[in-house]
Design a protein around this ligand. Structure first.
Ligand code: HEC
Length: 118
C-alpha cells in the first residue's frame, strides 16, 4: 500500500517537473523580452520627425516640451538610443507600446533621433 502511494507521488512530481521545464521561459528568452535589440539603421531625421508628429506629440507636446508625457527635448542626455528603443517599443507606465503601430526600423529611427536631443 505504502509503496503504491510513494510511486504515485513520484509520478506526480515527475509530471510537474516536465511541465515546468516546458512552460518556464529560458533565461535567454527572458533577457530578450526585457531588452529588445535595436536593428542597425542610419538616422533619417525627416522620417523621425514625421513619425513623432504623427504618434508622439499628442502626449509629449508639439515641441516635445511635455504634456501628459514628460518633456523629451533633452532626453538624449539621460537615455541611450538602446534604452529609448526599448521604451518606445514596449511602453512604460502610461506610455503606450508602439510595437504594433510602428516597424522596428521606424522605432529605431525615432530612438536614434531622440538620443541626439541633448
Ligand atoms: C498616450 C500618450 C503617449 C503617447 C502617444 C506617447 N507617449 Fe511617451 N510617455 C507617455 C507617458 C505618460 C510617459 C511617462 C511614463 C512613465 O514614466 O511612467 C512617457 C514616457 C516616454 C519616454 C520616457 C521618458 C523618461 O524620461 O523616462 C520616452 C522616451 C517616450 N515617452 C517617447 C515617446 C515617443 C517617441 C512617442 C511616439 C512614438 C511617445 N512617447 C508617445 C505618454 C505617451
Amino acid at each position: 500500500m505504502q509503496k503504491w502511494i510513494m510511486s504515485g507521488l513520484l509520478g506526480v512530481a515527475f509530471i510537474m517537473a516536465i511541465v515546468l521545464i516546458f512552460t518556464l521561459p529560458g533565461k535567454e528568452e527572458v533577457a530578450k523580452e526585457a531588452k529588445p535589440t535595436m536593428p542597425e539603421i542610419t538616422l533619417n531625421a525627416d522620417q523621425a520627425d514625421a513619425i513623432i508628429k504623427a504618434n508622439c506629440i499628442s502626449c509629449h507636446g508639439d515641441q516635445l516640451q511635455g504634456q501628459v508625457g514628460p518633456n523629451l527635448q533633452k532626453i538624449g542626455a539621460t537615455l541611450s538610443a538602446d534604452q529609448l528603443y526599448g521604451i518606445i517599443k514596449k511602453g512604460k507606465g502610461q506610455m503606450p507600446t508602439f510595437q504594433d503601430r510602428l516597424k522596428d526600423e521606424e522605432i529605431a529611427n525615432v530612438a536614434l533621433w531622440l538620443a541626439e536631443q541633448k
